[in-house]
Write a protein that binds this ligand. Structure first.
Ligand SMILES: Cc1cc2nc3c(=O)[nH]c(=O)nc-3n(C[C@H](O)[C@H](O)[C@H](O)COP(=O)(O)OP(=O)(O)OC[C@H]3O[C@@H](n4cnc5c(N)ncnc54)[C@H](O)[C@@H]3O)c2cc1C
Length: 479
């Protein structure tokens, strides 16, 4: 793994522990390991001392609610269960606190959930459902925005720039901006390439951009640690180095086997995101597609480089490639940039994936060509097979709930998903019409072919299909 930090920051790594495994792959390994070190992300290096946790499970214990996974979903669910329902959950984490996506993301808190745009919501469900879904996601975003003012997480409330990476992409952005204004009442607007270059940064690929005022960029690990501190102050237990490696149910009680003891729980919430192992529970098998996202952070830009790239803002950016680049200037003047490239864990260390990102920096910001990369890492994004998340109890006969499938748009929405999940676990979801929305109503679907036939039989071919699609996306976006 490439990770050459010449400017050591306060490391959140534990003094001792099992090394990070860069080749870990959720479709291959049964679980994410036990007590492994964090990915070498910039966030881990700069988050400061992690909150105290309750160490590994060391004996058999009985709990009311067990939450599997300590990312922002699991920690938000635990926080809201304690804060709003008086239930102190026990969180089980395989490795370190917030070890998965929540210590690796781009930190772009968008007014979104899942991979679909609002125009696609209308196509799929019609305008009425789309409007109700918008109200829900918007509420979640406002709640997230509020939390970022309470937690010290380097929040920058500067909106989101969606950059057309070639002129042909402008018409689509213009149509989406119009729909955002006219159907949903947002103040979304278009900017010319000159306005982007003058007011935000001299991004050389852009042909113009859609600007959404809703968008808060955060330090994702400081944020999730903040959720965890709040939750623990209310009596939540967080057991690290405690992967759930076996699960059976006896007379309605879930027996979750961890290396140090079995946790017997009456209710279980699964918040394992892209790190959901195939063997964790049959209710989740083949329902989450883990997709790798690679990210880099450069050394701090010099004053001359800041002038040459005309960075005027910390507003975060994404571009219109199908495998989009996401990037922003961070507090402290480092550039962060990420995209999707590698398909399997075995292939993740191939230098071609790092090169994809450094080439993008050189193309988008020529004065930064060849700039030293201080941090390089990757993580598994949880993509659902219909591109939208689910926060649901998939089988009414079993006291198991999950919140997964954000498709790379979970920084903001995960906290709201955690809040809704807490309501469901507490039995407060009955008769509330918001739970009729598609993201709450049905289980995660199996893989499908062209959205027509859905079946677990397609699961073994997903990676093959992904490799073909990546080639096709590249041709379509670059040629
Ligand atoms: C590189 C990258 C960039 C991203 N950028 C963005 C972005 O800019 N904006 C955005 O909105 N979203 C982004 N995302 C997605 C976002 O980070 C997540 O949606 C969000 O953090 C919510 O994560 P989570 O809590 O659901 O899961 P995670 O944070 O992944 O937490 C799941 C946890 O479950 C644990 N676990 C798994 N199996 C077990 C088990 N058997 N027993 C115990 N514990 C287990 C894992 O160890 C892990 O810590 C990005 C993701 C990646 C990887």
């Amino acid at each position: 793994m490439t990770m050459t930090s010449t400017a050591p920051l306060t490391a959140a790594q534990p003094a001792a522990g099992k090394p990070y495994d860069p080749r870990y792959d959720p479709l291959v390994a049964p679980d994410p390991g036990t007590g492994r070190a964090y990915a070498p992300s910039y966030w881990v290096a700069s988050a400061g001392t992690p909150p105290e946790d309750d160490g590994p499970v060391l004996r058999d214990i009985d709990v009311d609610v067990a939450i599997i996974g300590s990312g922002s979903t699991g920690m938000a669910a635990a926080l809201y269960l304690a804060q709003e329902h008086g239930i102190q959950a026990t969180v089980l984490e395989a490795n370190q606190a917030s070890w998965g996506c929540s210590s690796r993301s781009g930190g772009q808190g968008q007014n979104a959930s899942g991979r679909l745009k609002r125009s696609q919501w209308i196509e799929r469900w019609g305008p009425d459902v789309a409007k109700r879904l918008d109200a829900e996601i918007r509420r979640g975003f406002e709640n997230f925005r509020q939390l970022t003012t309470q937690i010290d997480c380097d929040a920058h409330d500067g909106g989101h720039l969606y950059l057309a990476h070639r002129p042909e992409k402008l018409a689509g952005l213009e149509a989406e901006a119009r729909l955002m204004r006219e159907q949903f009442g947002y103040r979304t607007r278009m900017l010319s390439a000159e306005e982007v270059r003058r007011d935000y940064c001299d991004e050389r690929e852009t042909a113009g951009a859609m600007f959404e005022p809703e968008g808060v960029g955060i330090h994702p690990l400081k944020f999730t640690f903040g959720l965890m501190r709040k939750a623990r102050a209310l009596g939540v237990k967080v057991h690290t180095a405690s992967p759930v490696q076996g699960w059976h149910t006896v007379e309605g009680v879930h027996h979750l086997r961890t290396p140090g003891g079995t946790v017997r729980a009456r209710r279980v919430a699964v918040c394992t995101g892209g790190y959901t192992g195939q063997a964790l529970n049959p209710l989740l098998k083949n329902r989450v597609m883990p997709i790798l996202s690679n990210s880099v952070v450069t050394r701090p830009l010099t004053e001359a480089e800041l002038r040459a790239t005309n960075f005027k803002s910390l507003t975060f950016l994404t571009d219109t490639r199908t495998l989009r680049f996401y990037y922003r200037l961070l507090k402290g003047n480092r550039l962060q940039l990420g995209s999707r490239s590698s398909v399997s864990g075995a292939d993740a260390e191939d230098p071609a994936h790092l090169k994809l990102l450094t080439d993008a920096i050189a193309r988008k910001f020529p004065p930064l060509a060849g700039i030293r990369i201080d941090y390089s890492w990757w993580g598994w994004v949880d993509v659902s097979h219909d591109m939208m998340p689910r926060i649901t109890q998939p089988d009414a006969a079993k006291k198991i709930w999950y919140a997964v499938g954000y498709g790379g748009n979970g920084v903001s929405f995960s906290t709201w998903a955690g809040k809704r999940l807490a309501e469901r676990l507490a039995g407060k979801d009955g008769g509330h019409e918001v739970f009729e929305l598609p993201i709450y109503r049905s289980p995660l679907p199996f893989p499908n072919v062209l959205g027509l036939v859905e079946s677990p039989a397609f699961a073994p071919f997903r990676r093959l299909g992904q490799r073909v699609l990546y080639k096709w996306y590249w041709l379509r976006d670059e040629k």
